[in-house]
Design a protein around this ligand. Sequence first.
Ligand SMILES: Cc1cc2nc3c(=O)[nH]c(=O)nc-3n(C[C@H](O)[C@H](O)[C@H](O)COP(=O)(O)O)c2cc1C
Length: 183
Amino acid sequence: MNSNTVLNIVGISGSLRNKSSNTNLLRALSELAPENMNISIFDGIGDLPHFNPELDDEPPASVTCFREQMKEADGLIISTPEYAHGVPGVLKNALDWLVPSGELYEKPLVVLSASPLETGGEKAHDSILLTLRMMTARITPGGSLCIPFINKKINAEYEVTDELLREKLKAMLIQLGQTAESK
Ligand SMILES: Cc1cc2nc3c(=O)[nH]c(=O)nc-3n(C[C@H](O)[C@H](O)[C@H](O)COP(=O)(O)O)c2cc1C
């Protein structure tokens, strides 16, 4: 890949809430990203139907759009809450739609889980990593981070206020960019 190319990085939040801390975290990443990286957020996973392999003969438009955006992305950032010690159903459903079509095959990817609790959503984090590895996504070195007490680390202007977290996220984005460029 040409070093002057702007990388198309797409964020997916596992939360549909308007005030989601995970979505806000994705919004905050643009400020922390290297110059050659554009981060957009795909906000359509709530529009996907429940996964049913029989629908795949003629996939609904929402599925086709989702798959196209995943295919075009140079890299992905998934940020998810934990619901009842698992991955939110809406996010697992979205990933299931990508299994037969294979857009995540070797896709450079980082995974965040953010929670107001001390655990940082670690159970959902472990679970989604299992799924993504099965899908052969390329999780970048150091590209996996559980973030506890997220409510104290991000402000209303979508800025990460915790200095240590800022540095970790910056390093993660640089690594994601390098992995995407090496493809
Ligand atoms: C139904 C439900 C189940 C939850 N289960 C967990 C859980 O198992 N672990 C956890 O850390 N937080 C849990 N939470 C709290 C979420 O982490 C919290 O609501 C968080 O803000 C959701 O992420 P969001 O801000 O991106 O929407 C749960 C919340 C809801 C509504």
